[in-house]
Write a protein that binds this ligand. Structure first.
Ligand code: ZN
Length: 178
């Protein structure tokens, strides 16, 4: 951080504020403390007739690979509304959300995924600016070698295992490479 977003000053230092226990960007001119925290990525596993809706990414990163509709939560938005918005933006599908299905930590990327189960309201979906292709996959057709993100692979594997067992669990995962 080069400039204070509160007062515009360049007089920024990294220090542990009084009563805190981690270093923060602190402005010496207006005494603002600039906390930085992880971002939430919200999305869903849209299902229609026992098949899972995936989108082929038309944007970087991982352009060309398949993913569940997921994206960053916006300000002033609930996680549920954000998940439904991402499904609509990436696949054109209207859904009702079911229970939370996956919480996935990407510690070094400073992200937390929240993925819900979802039922599509009808069979309609479409390509979008963000998705070059949108397709329903039976659970035996999931393109495992072409899934864009480890969080999605984790959620899909857990979801399919639950489906086979008739379970409806919440799964907690953490990206292991870091
Ligand atoms: Zn300031």
């Amino acid at each position: 951080m080069n400039f204070c977003s509160n007062c515009g000053s360049a007089n920024i230092v990294i220090k542990i504020p009084e009563g805190d226990n981690l270093p923060r960007f602190c402005c010496r001119d207006c005494i603002a403390v600039h906390y930085q925290n992880p971002n939430m990525v919200v999305g869903a596993i849209p299902v229609w007739d026992g098949k899972i809706l995936l989108a082929r990414r038309n944007i970087e990163p991982r352009k060309g690979l398949w993913n569940l509709p997921c994206g960053f939560l916006e300000l002033n938005e609930t996680v549920e509304a954000g998940a439904m918005r991402e499904v609509l933006e990436e696949t054109g599908a209207a859904v009702i959300l079911g229970p939370l299905q996956t919480v996935f930590n990407l510690v070094k990327a400073q992200q937390v995924y929240l993925i819900f189960t979802a039922k599509m309201l009808n069979s309609s979906f479409t390509t979008t600016a963000e998705s070059a292709e949108v397709k329903l996959f039976s659970i035996n057709e999931i393109p495992w070698d072409e899934i864009a993100f480890s969080s999605n692979t984790f959620a899909l594997k857990a979801f399919i295992a639950d489906l086979k067992m008739g379970n409806n669990n919440v799964h907690f995962g953490t990206y292991k490479q870091f």
